[in-house]
Design a binder for this molecule. Sequence first.
Ligand code: 2P0
Length: 335
Amino acid sequence: MTATAVAYPNIALIKYWGKRDEALIIPQTSSLSLTLAVYPTTTTVSLLGEGSPHEILQDGTPMPEAAAAKVARFLDHVGELAGSVRSARVETSNAGPTGAGLASSASGFAALAAAASSAYGLDLSPRELSRLARRGSGSASRSIFGGFAVWNAGNDDLSSYAEPVDDAHIDAAMVLGIVNAGAKPISSREAMRRTVETSPYNAPWVETNPGELALMRDALRRGDFTEVGEISERNALRMHAAMLGAVPPVRYLTAGSMALLDAVAELRRGGLEAYATMDAGPNVKTLCRAAEAPAVRDALASAAPGTEFVIAPAGPGVAVSNADAQADAAPGVAR
Ligand code: 2P0
């Protein structure tokens, strides 16, 4: 009845941007990501009695209202699946910045799905857990798994889930460039909606995705780092192009982001293979070979002296431990 879960953020190389079904969070397109070993979310869920409201704390204080409402709806859903009307107490904390385009909602809902399902007594398979996490936040479906994961868009609740990419043969890391750790000016949920509804570039974004994903999977299988990097960088730019075409436009990238894009291109000209990707925020994540991450970080730090850089190796899937059953303290749902 009490469970604690730890989950890590993931960064997409083939992005999820836009929903086909808002309520179930069914995406327009499939996506593929790398789970990171930094900035975990740790979440404990304990069941309370019936009839009281859920208690939702972040870093020991009540979570801001809009975020707490999302968590409460998620807990109601987990309770329904478990046939329980009991309330829950949630205590969560992010080691990294929240709402800054560093995938805090991915780690957050992956940890919540694992802790809540365990506390409510559901015994879910990794796939079921991925589907559950998806209901909280689409990208959370991928943080159930470590390393590379692909979220199959599917077309309904059953068919939309993530799974590990087991045949990837590259040893990649990311160097996170923290241009701004503040919360984003517009939520990705709203920004996606606006892109789908108003951007003339949404249709080509959707149409070209399957081919790009197939190329990415093939490049991962062959261990072709150059191809993986080139596809990743252009995929991020195409996602931003789609949102820049919205009315009114959605622009997360700032002058600081552009300076880092230039710096990454300069690294490549100097023979260090690095590729940039950017999400719903100004921060630039640089994909590189794991062994070259310190050199990439040092080179970027000298090109952009005011910016903080964090090396993020590939990370693990969600892990859960159950305070009531230490004997079978869960091995987690690694890969
Ligand atoms: C991704 N992002 O694939 C993309 C790329 C941001 C840019 O998934 O509405 O927090 O909760 O499903 O998962 C961020 O969106 O959105 C995201 P919801 P989510 O990582």
